[in-house]
Write a protein that binds this ligand. Structure first.
Ligand code: GLC
Length: 755
């Protein structure tokens, strides 16, 4: 390596999970003064007032679910509700708080919650986009800024992070999470909890975080939202629970239940999930809120005969607070008086909720978060907008770049931006964009390119196509777009899905470009001009035709308030793209569910001769995905040495350090996400063909080589064994240090674990 300076990244610098035990979070330490205060308060409370503290209602500012209740302000004034969501600004929360603090007998302050998922006012890329950065510091910073802005507008509690593992692109809510992988998703869960909660819940700029949706919501059958989840306990424990456990280990303050059933029991009524696992196994100390009317939904689930029984089942299972269903409000007093729910059960839930209010400092000063001056000074700070642009750049994934189409050539004097996502402010910030301004502040792709293009460069726009399903087959707008394309040097086709085609209640049975975008894209390519496809969507799309015919493809997700500038930064080469896919992209929807860590089966296609019949395959589509988990290109290139191991085996308490030297073999600096995968060749149950066990994002100058190392211990390779216990097993393992998943991504080495 000419002039290469080999610097070894810190041994074992890759984050691991096994090392983070469930230490008691700072906020959970006992506080004698708090105990005395709450003992006295609870002793004064009537049963009705206690049930009020277990009730969460939405304000009428926004609707995030199927039903709204009239009269929430009257409920506050009557002490029938202890928390409100979808209400913000210092002024409004101060008004509502006064109704509780000054208008009720005991003056217990309200808790204000909100879905601050990827920004509050300054909107960051959607969560799946942030995950594509593989940059835990950037993700934590995004959550930190979200908490600073939200808490400046009176919010105490965010219903985030959503930590549901998602392996079915038909499901719309994968956009809100961290993708398909347990390891990456667990580390991102921890980063987001740290960002929101900081290390002091009493600080004025931190908020309670919520691990949601507990549990296995992403395993909905057929990718249809709210559908049945029917998975083994082993799959639950090894795939869907670890990110929740990681959030507990990081000290998350609250949990939210899922809409779906698990093992025939709706999550809000599952004592196995909410008590046996969450409390008894994991030692969770915070409170559990249900998702929107999910207690009520235990009746249509066919698990409760009526709402009273549903409420009793939920409380016995371990639910502390009822979101929006008013089931506790309208039934719980009677359930206690009838002896079907104990006073102690009510008091336990009430205490968990009041402790959080105490730790936030609300009993000391109920108005401390409702400060109009602080609000004015905090929102949209330039450094927040800069951070949002930076995270957006880092989130983008370069999927294809043939013939050096990107970065845009310096002599590209006529740039045509074409497509429904080329100049659409509402689409830039995606779903679950909290108080983000959707109409004026987002920077569109067109605006970003125009702001960046040099003098004498024309950037023109024609929408050309539509992403609306109803417009499939139409050609309105094609002529104008094609005429513009003919006059241009390069075409930037900004296409994908409308912002609300992912998020809640947004499942699709196709992953293709919706509307008539595909037809226009084919005609744009037919002009013979260079075409750059900038994809914006919240799910993996099966852009198989584009991969075969379009010169360059950049996935930008929904990049947020500064998204257009971030797209321009990448297209003009001011930033060298470094994102890697946190989800597998299928060739078509028939491959779904598809994920990199699948099992090998007894008839893997690799064992058969080419075209063999009796192997696990399709008649009409390869098994390989369109793009693999962990895949992403750069404007430079990287070479990997074969991995080396510090030892050929390790025993109990031992460790092995794996190393590889990564070299920037191109002519410009760039970041590479170096990934560590392991395969357990034989287990007491079958094991995945690969599992991500480490990663390190490194910046390398042209020609620079860096030796990246990862340290593994047996406990890093633990799983749910045949007897349902969690632990590692002796045996033979394969190991890759590679640029993406897939056995061919680099040459594996082998090691063993001995008894
Ligand atoms: C919604 C979502 C949940 C959200 C809640 C409050 O139905 O499922 O993620 O936090 O209701 O808006």
């Amino acid at each position: 390596m000419s002039g290469a300076s080999e610097r070894e990244a810190n041994a074992g610098s890759s984050p691991t999970l096994a090392s983070s035990q469930s230490a008691e979070p700072a906020w959970a330490r006992r506080d004698a003064e708090m105990d005395r205060f709450l003992d006295e308060l609870i002793a004064k409370m009537t049963l009705q007032e206690k049930v009020g503290q277990l009730t969460l209602l939405t304000s009428d500012w926004e609707s995030t679910g199927p039903t709204m209740r009239e009269g929430y302000k009257q409920d506050i004034a009557a002490g029938r509700v202890g928390a409100i969501f979808n209400a913000y600004t210092a002024e409004y929360t101060r008004d509502l708080q006064a109704m509780a603090v000054e208008g009720t007998r005991l003056g217990i302050p309200l808790l204000f919650g909100y879905d601050v998922i990827h920004g509050h006012r300054t909107i960051f890329p959607i969560s799946l986009g942030e995950a594509a950065s593989w940059d835990l510091d950037a993700i934590e910073e995004s959550a930190r800024i979200s908490a600073v802005e939200a808490s400046a507008e009176g919010i105490h509690w965010t219903f985030s992070p959503m930590v549901d593992v998602s392996r079915d692109a038909r499901w719309g809510r994968g956009s809100e999470g961290a993708g398909e992988d347990v390891f990456l998703g667990s580390l991102i869960a921890k980063a987001r909890v740290r960002g929101y909660q900081g290390d002091d819940l009493g600080a004025i700029d931190t908020v309670l975080a919520t691990a949601k949706h507990f549990a296995a919501y992403g395993a909905a059958q057929a990718g249809r939202d709210y559908h049945t989840v029917d998975i083994s306990e082993r799959t639950l424990r090894d795939t869907y629970l670890p990110p929740f456990k990681a959030a507990v280990d990081e000290g998350v303050a609250t949990f939210m239940t899922a809409f779906n059933e698990y093992d025939g029991v709706p999550a809000s009524g599952s004592r196995f999930l909410l008590t046996d696992v969450l409390r008894d196994e994991w030692g969770f100390d915070g409170f559990v809120v249900t998702d929107y009317t999910s207690i009520n939904e235990m009746v249509p689930h066919g698990y409760a005969r009526n709402l009273a029984q549903a409420g009793e089942q939920a409380l016995h299972a371990g639910v502390d607070m009822d979101m929006q269903g008013a089931v506790f409000m309208e039934n719980m007093v009677n359930s206690v008086e009838q002896g079907r729910v104990s006073q102690a059960g009510i008091d336990r839930a009430v205490r968990r909720v009041l402790e959080m209010k105490y730790r936030l400092g609300l009993f000391e000063d109920p108005y401390r978060y409702a400060d109009a001056e602080r609000q004015q000074a905090t929102l949209y700070k330039p450094e927040f907008l800069d951070a949002a642009r930076d995270v957006a750049r880092k989130s983008m994934v370069l999927l294809k770049n043939e013939g050096g189409t990107l970065p845009l050539a310096a002599d590209a004097n006529r740039i045509a931006v074409i497509g429904p996502l080329g100049d659409s402010k509402p689409d830039m910030i995606g779903s679950w964009a909290a108080a983000g301004d959707r109409q004026t502040r987002p920077v569109t792709v067109l605006e970003g390119l125009r702001a960046r293009a040099g003098d004498g460069v024309r950037v023109d726009y024609a929408k050309g196509a539509s992403y609306e399903f109803a417009d499939e087959g139409k050609t309105d707008g094609f002529a104008e777009a094609l005429a513009l394309a003919e006059e241009s040097d390069v075409i930037v086709a900004a296409m994908g899905e409308k912002w609300d085609m992912t998020g809640e209640a947004a499942s699709r049975t196709s992953l293709d470009l919706p509307g008539n975008q595909q037809a226009l894209l084919e005609q744009l390519v037919a002009t013979g001009k260079p075409v750059v496809l900038v994809m914006m969507s919240g799910r993996p799309n099966s852009i198989t035709w584009a991969d075969e015919h379009v010169d360059a493809i950049l996935h930008a997700w929904y990049p947020g308030t500064q998204g257009g500038h971030a797209v321009a930064d990448v297209l003009f080469g001011d930033y060298n793209p470094s994102g890697k896919l946190p989800v597998t992209f299928p060739r078509n929807v028939g491959q779904v569910p598809i994920h990199y860590d699948m099992k090998n089966t007894g008839r893997p296609i690799e064992l058969g001769a080419p075209g063999a019949k009796y192997v696990s395959r399709y008649l009409n589509t390869p098994n390989d995905p369109l793009y693999r988990f962990g895949y992403g290109l750069s404007y430079t290139s990287f070479g990997y040495s074969p991995a080396t191991l510090s030892a050929a085996s390790m025993g109990p308490g031992g460790s092995i350090t794996a190393r590889a030297t990564v070299t920037n073999t191109g002519d410009r600096a760039g970041e590479e996400v170096v990934q560590l995968y392991v395969r357990d060749l034989v287990g007491s149950v079958t094991r995945p063909v690969q599992e991500l066990k480490g990663f390190e994002k490194v910046m390398l100058q042209p020609g620079e080589a860096r030796t990246v190392s990862f340290t593994l211990r047996p406990e890093d390779l633990a799983f749910t064994r045949a007897d349902i216990t969690h632990g590692w097993e002796p045996g033979e393992f394969q190991l890759w240090i590679a640029p993406s998943s897939g056995a061919a991504a680099s040459t594996p080495v082998t090691f063993s674990i001995t008894e």
